[in-house]
Design a protein around this ligand. Sequence first.
Ligand SMILES: [Zn+2]
Length: 283
Amino acid sequence: MQPLPVSEQSARQVQAEILRDKGIKPAAKPTDNVVQLRDFFPDAPAGEVPADLQAFRQEWESCETHGRYPANALRNGVVCWVPDCPTCAQNRKLKALSSKLVAVNVPKRFQHATFENYVCSNPAQQVAVDECRAYADDFQRNRDEGNCVVLYGNPGNGKNHLATALVRQVVEAGFSALIITARDYLEEVWGKDFSQKKALIAGFTGVDLLVIDEIEKTSSGKAAHDEFFALINARYLAELPTVVISNLPIKGIEAHMGEMAFDRLRQGDRRAILFNWGSYRNS
Ligand SMILES: [Zn+2]
């Protein structure tokens, strides 16, 4: 097969005409699963398109599990090759994401939690989901500014569901995250000498988003306050955001974490999202 020299312009015109004839609107952006045809002809000089590929022909491949799928496509006037079954590719992506979520320490029962499958039955829930989603949507800025979030209120109101949905979206967008319980953190940090503690805190400041859950299940003494401050302050100095989850009211969270640590959470464009509808639902 001899490549036929054509100008970039004429190749595009030919392809644009085929697109028009077929009534296909070019996709705005090629998907991840699509490789540009020129990737397969790395040695072809710019502007040279193999003659038998100037006219677009729809071709099909078959997946053992999902059946027939289009093997090629025209995107923005360029013939693209679909190297793999799109459904298989999507499933692989989801599998990679779920193993990432395990690394993030998302509890198994929340692995499928998303903003979409959070069921709202009252306006306060809608506010909570909107706030969490807005934070996740704007995560690049929130990360750069180190803006913290406190999710607090009655147990069983979906704080963990929304926190997980937030983490999932952030991880899908390519950021790193970690979920720990307050008790696990304290157990980790207690009994460590200065340099071990320093290494541990450095690990916690290595992730873009840290979620600390179950603040209420810790003692609220000075020793705990010092350790919370060490962690929250390290992330504050690195300008990284922390999410705190608790069944306690704000004053209770402050009492458990200590005033100095809690003060760090208040800096910047922070949010405190109240989950309190269980109280009137059950009364
Ligand atoms: Zn497949």
